[in-house]
Write a protein that binds this ligand. Sequence first.
Ligand SMILES: Nc1ncnc2c1ncn2[C@@H]1O[C@H](COP(=O)(O)OP(=O)(O)O)[C@@H](O)[C@H]1O
Ligand SMILES: [Mg+2]
Length: 246
Amino acid sequence: MLLEISDMRVHYGKIEALKGISLEVDEGEIVTLIGANGAGKTTTLKTISGLRPVSSGSIRFQGKNITKVPGHKRVLLGIGQSPEGRGVFPGMTVHENLLMGAYARKGDLSKDLEEVYGLFPRLAERKTQFGGTMSGGEQQMVAIGRALMTKPRVLLLDEPSMGLAPLLVAQIFDIIREINRRGTTVLLVEQNASQALQLAHRAYVLETGQVLKSAPAADLLNDPEVRAAYLGGDLGQPEEETSETG
Ligand SMILES: Nc1ncnc2c1ncn2[C@@H]1O[C@H](COP(=O)(O)OP(=O)(O)O)[C@@H](O)[C@H]1O
Ligand SMILES: [Mg+2]
């Protein structure tokens, strides 16, 4: 198991945001966390990357207990995060933003930069443009590219499709699939549950700081409770119900 979270509790002051979450991510998987606003998705990712402390429970990465390891060291171990709201440095160029992802690494970065620019040709065209003047979708690409420059074994993505037009959402999801195909494990948080479930291998449904369900993503796409609560009917009817005309 690459990442193993056991009975993790996290508080903001007296508010218990995570009430004993357990989840696992295996090498090579795309795992998605879905759930309504406030369910605890962002808190889960922030706690994995070390931005929030746990109150109890444990986080294991590659078999090692990292619950007490500070965030900047977790990056070096291979936990890379693209944060909610992107966090692109507005006054730095696209190229400088990407280099920030690798600031703690030594050695030749040209091959890694080439790979990121290969994944995001748009960024290659805009190397010298300031981050703050990029569109929402482009900033999302910068944020993912910067996280990739940390050379993560697991890439944590918090709502990469937020605020993007449908065409761009599809592009971002294609790129996530490609990143995974090239060997990076992905833990994806999404409100866009239908697309996330179509992309992921497995999924966890979070509700008010707890895991409500976990299953192969394909099973959740056909789960009536999940469909009613999170998919809003935007996938149409499940296949077995649409073949009435025979
Ligand atoms: N900085 C904070 N201070 C206090 N409460 C917070 C803070 N951030 C998140 N919370 C609370 O923690 C819970 C989980 O939030 P969050 O992890 O952001 O959920 P999600 O990403 O699923 O929308 C919510 O009830 C939210 O109000
Ligand atoms: Mg969130």
